[in-house]
Design a protein around this ligand. Structure first.
Ligand code: SAH
Length: 339
């Protein structure tokens, strides 16, 4: 077990369980996240015996950064985990701050046809500490604060729900990394029972849904999860989410040339989301060598955008980062492991 996987409350409790005082939890949390110690010996206001006891139970080791690729406003990190698996995280500089895209699993079982990460089946879920350390270590490498986090890297976060929620609690905690809930976004391909669970959490975290198609026939072809939770099940669960949380939802829609970027698709999409408190983020597809889909031409992207606008749907086109540096989700890992 690793100390960076414990929430504030859990850290307090382990001191109580050791027969000591709760406030040491507060002290250690502050050593870890404010003072950024690398060894328990540095936590000088906690008695030596207590420190040794914690050390015997919880490792304080970090992940190994094995590759860094840089481009304008973007840095891609490849991490090696203890079992030698690799995951990616991406730092993006915006005018509003630094955001990091974190991975939630090694591999992914969702099998979306356009996705590089999904070419490798899930090996395992990431532990909470492996997500926390992606953020902490990028902050340290950069020497700057991370203000925004998107859980949109390798993996399906709602297929690793409990660890992801714990991760959110740790980075959101005012004494942890203090990243505001409104600055955290979790993205899912649409696992409905987890969307329902998420709706009941009293966290102000943003939810994004990878939609990518406005009808079941097309969505079934692109995203196998749609056969389990088709649109007539997914959309009502999202309406319920909006009602319960009073929050605006994001739909992600990758534009794939000749597949889902037609005028008819745009009209059908407008109808599907009409009246929902949402906005659509159009994503220019990142092509990869291993998958045959092509990115829509810019005129087609603009045409699609205009139709949504005309239908009074909130829509944006995602700004692109780092197409020169293996930017497509999962490319850095597949380059490293040649899979
Ligand atoms: N499994 C989650 C989160 C990870 S994928 C989900 O499905 O939302 C994050 C986003 O990147 C998803 O919208 C996914 O569909 C999209 N994506 C995957 N491959 C892509 C590519 N090559 N180019 C652009 N977006 C891609």
């Amino acid at each position: 077990m690793n100390i960076y996987g414990l929430t504030y409350d859990e850290l307090e409790n382990i001191f109580v369980d050791m027969g000591s005082k709760k406030f040491h939890g507060n002290q250690l949390f502050s050593w870890l996240y404010e003072k950024r110690i690398n060894s328990y010996d540095e936590a000088t206001n906690i008695k030596k015996e207590l420190r040794s006891e914690i050390e015997s139970k919880y490792s304080i080791d970090k992940l190994k950064i094995v590759n860094i690729e840089k481009d304008v406003d973007v840095i891609k990190y490849l991490f090696e985990l203890n079992d030698k698996e690799h995951i990616e995280a991406v730092l993006m500089r915006h005018d509003y701050g630094n955001s990091v895209c974190v991975s939630s699993q090694v591999g992914c079982n969702m099998g979306c046809k356009f996705c590089e990460s999904g070419r490798r089946k899930k090996v395992r879920n990431l532990e909470t500490y492996e997500m926390v350390l992606q953020i902490l270590q990028i902050e340290e490498d950069l020497g700057e604060r991370i203000s925004h986090v998107v859980i949109m890297g390798i993996g399906e976060p709602f297929d690793n729900y409990d660890n992801v929620i714990k991760f959110i609690k740790i980075i959101n905690h005012p004494k942890g990394l203090a990243i505001g809930a409104r600055h955290i976004t979790v993205s899912t391909c649409g696992i409905v029972p987890k969307i329902e669970e998420f709706s009941n959490l009293e966290l102000q975290v943003n939810l994004a849904i990878s939609l990518h198609a406005p009808n079941n026939t097309l969505r079934n072809k692109l995203m196998p999860i749609n056969k389990v939770y088709p649109l007539e099940v997914l959309i009502p669960s999202l309406k319920e989410y909006i009602k319960k949380t009073n929050r605006r939802l994001t739909f992600e829609y990758i534009l794939l040339e000749g597949i889902n970027d037609g005028i008819d698709n745009a009209l059908e999409l407008s109808k599907l989301v009409k009246g929902m408190n949402c906005y659509i983020n159009l994503i220019p597809y990142n092509e990869t060598n291993n998958i045959e889909f092509k990115r829509s031409k810019t005129v087609q992207i603009m045409r699609f955008y205009d139709i949504l606008k005309k239908n009074r749907i909130n829509v944006t086109i995602r700004r692109e980062f780092g197409s020169n540096i293996s930017a497509a989700c999962g490319q850095l890992r597949s380059k490293k492991e040649d899979l």
